[in-house]
Design a protein around this ligand. Sequence first.
Ligand code: IPM
Ligand code: MG
Length: 353
Amino acid sequence: MKLNIAVLAGDGIGPEIAEQGVKVMRAISEKFKHEVAYTYAVCGADAIDKVGDPFPEATYQVCKAADAVLFSAVGDPKFDNNPTATVRPEQGLLAMRKKLGLFANIRPIQTFKCLLHKSPLRMELVEKADFVCIRELTGGMYFGEKYQDNDKAYDTNYYTRSEIERILKVAFAYARKRNNHLTVVDKANVLASSRLWRQIAQEMAPLYPDVTTDYMYVDNAAMRMIQDPAFFDVLVTENTFGDILTDEASCITGSMGLLPSASTGDSTPVFEPIHGSWPQAKGKNIANPLAQILSVAMLFEHFNLNEEGELIRQAVDASLDAEVRTPEIQVEGGKSFGTKEVGEWIVKYILTK
Ligand code: IPM
Ligand code: MG
């Protein structure tokens, strides 16, 4: 297969993990004889510094022309500590989502047997956790009308029927591919936007009689995720709730450095780790590249290249079993490996398989 990949490495640890992701893509392409071209483009704080815009038009054009985007991370503390900054790296991410119409964010929460002890939850709770969060990504408060002056401020949680229907369709389809259980998470006891979500979900549920659909308030879902994560199979929710719940969900596995995600919609899909840019670790060769590498697996699987995805997953599992791990997940007393070394080990594994 011929693939044209846009690589947006961004800020902090972004470039280091992007490099490992690309290395793994090259190895897979060599092995399975795919022709992959890579085009690098700037985004985030890096793009603000270089061209004054966190998602410049040139980057958008590169993304639009690509078959998929491999994205790493954006964010820099020099903007976080300045509430008056008018351009921020995160705006680049939001602009990318909006311009590429990436309304469906898929975040699988999967545990790794050898890392169960790293979870803050008891082992018997975590070991059965295996679910997918589907977060609406281009609507709600993140994009609704905003206002701010010195005395008042608001954000509008605006959703239209078509925005809700299209994300619910993705969610029902996912439930069908998995264990036919969909949980619609909202705050319908308080919010009008949530009531519309629930109404539309209830209208659609009879079209998917093989899927068990249930409804849960977001506060309750936050609790259930910790008390009984195995309850969930596919969870769907609006943008803001999804942002919060997926950070919570990512802790279940024991390290945020392990979870990939896919964002799909109208145009080029984007594959990225769910963690951020971890600026304190920049250039230190200590960041875990596995979430980025697993994003590459999701990228191949998106194009139905399932064997390729499977080999990456197998290589990641093997690296964990061989204790070729970055410091935050290394076993006690074990020697830690760098970002690069983990990437290289995985590449070797793939090429010798
Ligand atoms: C995420 C991130 C982003 C979000 C930030 C960086 C804007 O937290 O992808 O979850 O809130 O969507
Ligand atoms: Mg988030």
